[in-house]
Design a protein around this ligand. Sequence first.
Ligand code: NAI
Length: 258
Amino acid sequence: MGIMERMRLDGKVSLVTGGARGIGKAIAEAIAEAGSHVAIVDIDIDEAKKTADEIAKNLDVQTIAIKTDVTNQEDVDKMIASILNKFGKLDVAFCNAGICMNIPAEEMTLDQFKKVIDINLTGVFLTSQAAAKVMLKQGKGSIINTASMSGHIVNVPQPQCSYNASKAGVIQLTKSMAIEFAKRNVRVNSISPGYIGTELTLNSPDLKPLIAKWNELAPLGRMGRPDELQAIAVYLAGDTSDFTTGSDFIIDGAFSCF
Ligand code: NAI
C-alpha cells in the first residue's frame, strides 16, 4: 500500500478539544477528510454544533458535538462516555483547548494565573488521562497535545508568563506520558505552533495590535494559517507515525530558532 493510502484514518474515532474553531477546527476537518469520525469537544456548544454539522455535511464521516469544560473532570469523563456510547471506541485524542492572557507578571492575580494553567495544562492532563484509560484498555491509541512555541521561547513584547509556563508544562507532560505508555502502544506527542491566525490572535484586543511587530520578527515575515498544521495532525493521528512518540513538533516558520 502506498504512503498516501497508509496515512488515511478510515474508521478511526477521534476527539478534538477546542474543536469548534481555529486550530482545533482545522485539525478536525483534516482528520475527517482522512476518514476519521470526529467528536467536536468545546465549552462553546453552539459553535461546536456548527462545526460538527459542517464536517458531517461535507465529508463522509460521523460527527458529534459535546459541551465540555476541560477543567472539569466530571465533564471530561462524561464526554468520553458519550463518545464510547456513540462509537464504541476512541483511537485518537487531540487535547487542544487553550486560552492566553497578556498580563504583566507583577500584576497577575492568582485567579488569572490559575485560569490559564487550569485550561491549558490541567485541561490537557484531564483529557489525555481520560483518553489514555480507554486507549490502554484497547491496547492502542494516539494522543496529540497542542503546546506552543511559547513552551520553548518567551514571546515578546507581550507579557504572558502563565501561558508560557503552561505550554512548557504541556511539552513535559507529553513526554512523561509517552514514556509511561510506550510499551503499552499508546503514543503521546505534541504540536508547538508559532503565531497562527485565529480568533485567539486576530480578534484579541490585546494581541491584534502586535501582529505587525510579530511579522517583523518572523523569519518568514508572516503568521501561519491553521491549515498549515493539518498534515502533521493527520500524520500523528494515523498508523504511519507508530514509531513517533514523546516528540514535540515545532511548526513556527523558524520563529523560535533565534
Ligand atoms: P481559539 O481561541 O480560536 O480556539 C480555542 C477553542 O477552545 C475555542 O473554541 C474555545 O471555546 C475552546 N475552549 C476555551 N476554553 C475551553 C475550556 N475550558 N473547555 C473546552 N474548550 C475550551 O484558539 P486557537 O488559536 O485555535 O488555539 C488552539 C490551541 O492552540 C490553544 O491551546 C492555543 O494555546 C494553541 N496555540 C495557538 C497559537 C496561535 O497563534 N493561535 C499558537 C500556538 C499555540
